[in-house]
Design a protein around this ligand. Structure first.
Ligand SMILES: [Zn+2]
Length: 92
């Protein structure tokens, strides 16, 4: 099954005036001290400077998604490196 989505015009980058391209991005959010990664977010991305624009309706959808604690509890977990800054050991 294919879902057809209308192409959204993100316009141009506010920083460098490059036309934005639609990409599916990964974005991390800190919710109540927990790191949550949302994948496949449609966004307008500037290939020149890396600026990302997320549509208002997509932003609202993300907000609903990350507030859904039941869904978060069921989501697969990934492990991320956690490095503690140690001034003494970094003097190598
Ligand atoms: Zn740009």
């Amino acid at each position: 099954m294919k879902v057809k989505t209308k192409k959204y015009d993100y316009g141009k980058c506010e920083i460098c005036d490059t036309p934005l391209q639609e990409k599916h991005i990964k974005q991390d959010f800190w919710i109540r001290g927990e790191l949550i990664v949302v994948e496949g977010i449609p966004a307008g991305v500037c290939l020149q400077c890396g600026e990302k624009i997320i549509r208002a309706d997509v932003g609202q959808w993300i907000m609903k998604l990350i507030e859904n604690s039941e869904r978060i509890a069921k989501a697969p977990k990934i492990s991320v490196p956690s490095i503690k800054f140690d001034a003494e050991k970094s003097k190598v």
